[in-house]
Design a protein around this ligand. Structure first.
Ligand code: FES
Ligand SMILES: [Fe+2]
Length: 353
């Protein structure tokens, strides 16, 4: 199999920071690398190849000791956060020079753990901007969830950069057929950032916005703008307002969509949402709206997008090299643009390697 076209010298979101508990190692697969994460004695996250150099037992089956070392669960070698073996409990305690594990830079930022797998120096300034989480009241932040999807991350990016599918795949909750013909889509690019904006005037209010709107309304203007940064980091602004009114008078949420490739055909999808222009003041009402949006967003991907994309991936894989070119529509402009940017970046990285 030809190597998967992945960018390596970028930060990948490995998990929500809260998913890495103290003294509990966690395993993830990222770009086909099996990686173990754990927190050192000070709570700082560390990551290294999930394979003990002694007899290759997965290190995530081991124990994080109270001194912050990761102890292999098979014969007890202990490793520090840099991947160095610092204790051999057997015999004379001699540590062979090969008893070392490759460690990776990890940074905890915007409630996520970011890992750098590339060989170039890791630059913290390159971590994607998810500052929407900073200072957001927990009542306004929906589930920080994740799913493993059985498809290449680019197919899932196509899905997110072409939200026209909401009319057909999520009718009643995220979209409706009335939106299909009236929506205007615009694709813009700034540097390596691609934005797909859509405005749908005078459409039935989508189910997900009914309760948060705060008063009965049937027809709204709906807008969304999804910003893509390579390789699979997206932030969606989605809202509704009175027909003809300024967007600033509406209410909605920032949808966080992050795709981290696991393998050529599986992707770790991290999602959440942060509400803006929240209208209600009752915390109980906010909690219920938060839970309702969480449920709808998870169900949309688990029961609707995920299964379709999985089958789409199967069909594409079956066609193999005989696959015809897709019959593209105007709605595909964002997907075409991000792939162009991504292909260029991957080509640049491979020529500079
Ligand atoms: S395999 Fe890890 S200590 Fe033996
Ligand atoms: Fe969808």
């Amino acid at each position: 199999m030809t190597p998967a076209p992945w960018l390596r010298n970028v930060w990948y979101a490995a998990m929500w920071a809260e998913a890495l508990a103290p003294q509990a190692p966690a395993a993830r697969t990222i770009l086909n690398e099996h990686v173990v994460f754990f927190r050192d004695a000070g709570g700082k996250a560390a990551a290294m190849i999930d394979r003990c150099p002694h007899r290759f037992a997965p290190l995530h089956l081991g124990t994080v000791l109270s001194n912050g070392r990761l102890q292999c669960g098979y014969h007890g070698l202990e490793f520090d956060a840099d991947g160095k073996c610092v204790l051999n409990p057997h015999g004379d305690g001699k540590i062979p020079p090969a008893a070392v594990v490759r460690a990776f830079p990890v940074i905890e930022k915007h409630t996520l753990l970011w890992i750098w797998l590339g060989d170039a120096p890791a630059d913290p300034a390159l971590i994607p901007d998810y500052s929407v989480f900073e200072g957001a009241p927990p009542l306004h932040v929906t589930e920080r969830g994740d799913l493993v999807l059985e498809a290449d991350y680019k197919l899932i990016t196509d899905n997110l950069l072409d939200l026209s599918h909401a009319s057909y795949l999520h009718p009643g909750t995220l979209g409706n057929v009335e939106m299909a013909s009236v929506t205007k889509t615009e694709v813009t690019q700034s540097g390596n950032t691609v934005t797909v904006s859509r405005r749908s005037p005078n459409v039935p209010i989508p189910g997900i916005a009914v309760r948060s709107y705060g008063r009965p309304v049937e027809i709204v203007d709906k807008w969304n703008a999804i910003v893509w940064n390579p390789p699979g980091n997206m932030l969606l602004e989605q809202g509704v307002c009175e027909p003809g009114a300024a967007e600033s008078t509406g209410t909605g949420y920032y949808g966080v969509h992050i795709l981290t490739p696991e393998t050529e055909c599986t992707t770790h999808y991290l999602f959440s949402a942060v509400r803006f222009n929240v209208r209600e003041t009752d915390p109980n009402e906010s909690a219920q709206i938060r839970d309702e949006i969480s449920k709808l967003r998870r169900a949309a991907f688990e029961l609707q997008d995920g299964p379709v994309i999985k089958e789409q991936a199967r069909v594409i894989a079956e066609m193999g090299e005989n696959a015809p070119r897709p019959a593209l529509l105007a709605i595909d402009a964002g997907a075409v643009r991000f792939r162009r940017v991504l292909d260029t970046l991957i080509a640049q990285e491979s020529t500079s390697a």
